[in-house]
Design a protein around this ligand. Structure first.
Ligand SMILES: Nc1ncnc2c1ncn2[C@@H]1O[C@H](COP(=O)(O)OP(=O)(O)OP(=O)(O)O)[C@@H](O)[C@H]1O
Ligand SMILES: [Mg+2]
Length: 205
């Protein structure tokens, strides 16, 4: 079983959108997927209900998720995706979701506003790593990218130069994704590639 936590410092970085699409991408690979909505806002859970997902989705906005996970997830589950609230609003929940993760995906747009928030995210991950026996895979997934804009390679380089991994796959800004909430997830787009790439991440430290 692989546990993937999606996180960032602030709201609106496409954590929920990415959780929904990656969950469907793994299900499309034939994997047994569980979504845990650790955000008290419950957006992933609402999306799963209104969009009539086949993927089981449970709300668990708790600070001890890392200790409870083993008792919740069935042994036949292949991939658990954890959608989180903003770190700056619910640090306890997010820390727990980071502790539970084999892989941590930081979703962000390639903008200076979002780039400047990264040090706080790395600090939280460092703190969590000191509490763990093993180290998680950590990577940035750039989303809302504009085709052929300089911002994508520019922020990729800035993040890579600071010693962090950026997935080669980026998720373009699309009206179909912006309007995807609450509907069935039928168009995986680049998220299918992102799911495969996340699977191939190796331990980085
Ligand atoms: N690739 C994309 N193209 C266009 N719009 C997008 C894309 N990805 C996400 N969005 C939009 O960006 C907004 C924020 O996305 P989302 O709700 O997934 O963020 P979040 O990180 O889960 O936010 P919160 O912390 O408030 O839960 C939404 O309106 C969503 O539709
Ligand atoms: Mg969300």
């Amino acid at each position: 079983m692989k546990v993937i936590t999606l996180a960032n410092l602030k709201g609106g970085s496409a954590k929920t959108t990415s959780t929904a699409h990656l969950a469907h991408a793994y299900a499309a690979q034939g994997k047994s997927v569980l979504v845990i909505d650790a955000d008290p806002q419950g957006s992933s859970l609402r999306w799963s209900e209104q969009g009539e997902w086949d993927i089981p989705t449970i709300a668990l906005p708790v600070k001890n998720l890392h200790t409870r996970l083993a008792g919740i997830v069935s042994p036949t589950t292949d991939v658990v995706l954890i959608d989180t609230p903003p770190l700056d609003e619910h640090a306890g929940i997010v820390y727990s979701a980071l502790r539970a993760a084999d892989t941590i995906i930081i979703t962000m747009a390639p903008t200076m506003l979002e780039f400047e928030r990264l040090p706080d995210v790395w600090a939280a991950i460092d703190e969590v790593e000191s509490l763990r026996d093993d180290l998680p895979n950590v990577a940035v997934l750039l989303n809302r990218t504009i085709t052929n804009a300089n911002s994508t390679p520019m922020f990729r380089d800035l993040i890579t130069d600071s010693g962090h991994i950026v997935l080669a796959t980026t998720i373009p800004r699309r009206e179909s994704i912006a309007q995807a909430f609450a509907a069935p997830v039928t168009d995986l787009g680049k998220y299918a590639d992102a799911a495969r790439e996340i699977d191939m991440l190796e331990k980085i430290k």
